[in-house]
Ligand binder design. Structure first.
Ligand code: AMP
Ligand code: TRP
Length: 316
């Protein structure tokens, strides 16, 4: 029996952080044996944010190296980039024609941008349709993501249902996998850890950078436990172990931060070393990405043919 399919992706918009890892990437690695996995770099999604050729190239290479360094094995996982598979944007158009504006106006990302009076490009407005196409082309059973992407997977599911209703059964309905304990990891200021808030701890940070980030964690002076420190520490140690440490060092915020620095360093050091190995041969890493694209293309192309047949544009 063939394995069920898993698909997920990350936007190459800047350095990945520990919440990307614990919220999403860790699941990619852990589930790779159980599922036939497609993990991609969402470069066309990133184009909404990055308008600089060199930066885009660098970011794509960085995410690729990050994927390899956290242990995604190209023998088991198809690693590719969105822009290599033109079917993603092609299917987006078809979804656009069955989707209403008011429905897309409900998207959190769009509502946030509006609330902030930001200039909103069509790409941002249409983001959920490109993401629906990313997902539905590969018939995945599951899509592992952090909590902030739940609504986007719902859009994909709704869009699959709508297409199936209009044109006949074509797409499987995907389901998100969200880890309860790591759905919404806070950053150094207590808000959601996010590239755009500048409150992250980079996944491949050097020791000095880890130290700087942790020392910068915002603490309040009420009670013995600095909540923002504890919330991050929970990612690296069991609550049982932490209970002991936090009781012993109750109220000693500096010492607690030092303990956290050591735990993060212990976790990151081997990842950093692996990444440095991959960095030595970037052409080899890029060849992996290219080969992954060729594999993904076959699947996406077949699905797109099916879609074209269903909508009635295949006249030859
Ligand atoms: P992004 O960097 O926005 O492309 O996010 C990549 C993945 O990391 C997505 O699955 C996000 O849901 C997840 N993620 C990002 N920030 C967090 C966070 N603070 N807590 C948990 N997961 C997160
Ligand atoms: N929107 C996702 C994020 O910001 C990235 C993404 C794009 C994605 N397409 C996807 C995630 C398809 C899962 C499946 O994190």
């Amino acid at each position: 029996m063939s394995k069920k399919v898993l698909l997920s992706g990350i936007k190459p918009t800047g350095k990945l952080h520990i919440a990307n890892y614990f919220g999403a990437m860790k699941q990619f690695v852990n589930l790779a044996n159980e599922y036939e996995s497609y993990i991609f770099i969402a470069d066309y999604h990133a184009l909404n944010f990055i308008k600089n050729k060199e930066e885009m190239k660098q970011n794509i290479t960085d995410v690729l190296l990050d994927y390899l360094a956290v242990g995604l094995d190209p023998e088991k996982v198809t690693i590719f980039k969105q822009s290599d598979i033109s079917e993603h944007t092609e299917l987006t158009w078809i979804f656009d024609t069955i989707t209403t504006m008011p429905y897309l106006e409900l998207a959190h990302a769009y509502k946030d941008a509006r609330a902030k009076n930001k200039e909103i490009n069509v790409g941002t407005f249409n983001y959920p349709m490109l993401m629906a196409a990313d997902i539905l082309l590969y018939n995945p059973e599951v899509v592992p993501v952090g909590q902030d992407q739940k609504q986007h997977v719902e859009y994909a599911r709704d869009t699959a249902q709508k297409f199936n209703r209009i044109f006949g059964e074509t797409f499987k309905l995907p389901k998100e996998i969200i880890m309860e304990n790591t759905a919404n990891i806070p950053g150094t200021d207590g808000r959601k850890m996010s590239k755009s808030y500048g409150n992250t701890i980079p996944l491949f940070a050097e020791y000095e950078e880890i130290k700087k980030c942790v020392m910068g964690i915002v603490t309040d002076s009420s009670g013995g436990i600095p909540q923002n420190v504890y919330a991050i520490h929970k990612l690296f140690r069991s609550e049982e172990e932490l209970k002991k440490i936090y009781e012993e060092k109750s109220g000693k915020y500096k010492e607690l931060k030092e303990a956290l620095i050591e735990d993060i360093e212990k976790f990151i050091a081997p990842l950093r070393a692996k990444r440095k190995e991959f960095e030595k041969d970037i052409p080899k890493a890029l060849a992996i990405l290219k080969a992954g694209g060729e594999k993904a293309k076959i699947v996406a192309k077949a699905k797109m043919e099916e879609v074209k047949e269903k909508i009635g544009v295949n006249v030859y």
